[in-house]
Design a protein around this ligand. Sequence first.
Ligand code: PRP
Length: 211
Amino acid sequence: MKTMLNVALPKGRLGEKVYYMFEMAGFPCPSIKENNRKLIFENQEVGVRYFWVKPSDVAIYVERGAADVGVAGKDILLEYAPDVYELLDLKIGACNMAVAAKADFVDDRKRTLHVATKFKNIAKKYYAGLGRDIDIIHLNGSIELAPILGLSDVIVDIVETGTTLKENNLVVFDKFQPISARLIANKANFKFKSEQIEKICRSLEKQTENL
Ligand code: PRP
């Protein structure tokens, strides 16, 4: 029997695109398209087992070896710095990490800057590079509300189409980090399953050339 490759896929919009790339790369799993609440799907013929995981948890599954490989955003990899191999830029889920604020915001460098974000390590590093003293307000979502309600001066967040900022009357002050989805692998499992992992990686790389 084939050794199964355990693959953590990010749930949601990005996950569907990611699964489609795996399918096109020769690793389909037809049952995954059945609309139910199941989280694990496998196709023994091609030797893959997929799990749907919360996007921000993919790196944890891979780092601890519960998944051999997975797909995580570069934002998550920069924020949590998991001890994994980053094998490939899948070139999907492209967006930017940016600083945004109300259009009339003017930075007063004599004052501590209040920064709302889900990505506190990325934000700290960015402002440390500027030598700027900040106070981080860690939020879990709807970050755009913070400057509107006076909870923060600026936000550090992901901007994709820019629609969320626009609808909330915020503007980008600096786009400082391009983000996209990356194929990652568990370091120990990579040794045992290198042939399978390298094969899937090469096939996915071909898919990125068609994008
Ligand atoms: C992300 C991000 C922005 C939005 C950007 O939020 O935090 O709010 O997407 O996309 P846009 O530029 O295309 O509008 P997400 O949808 O993950 O929800 P959240 O509020 O839970 O962070």
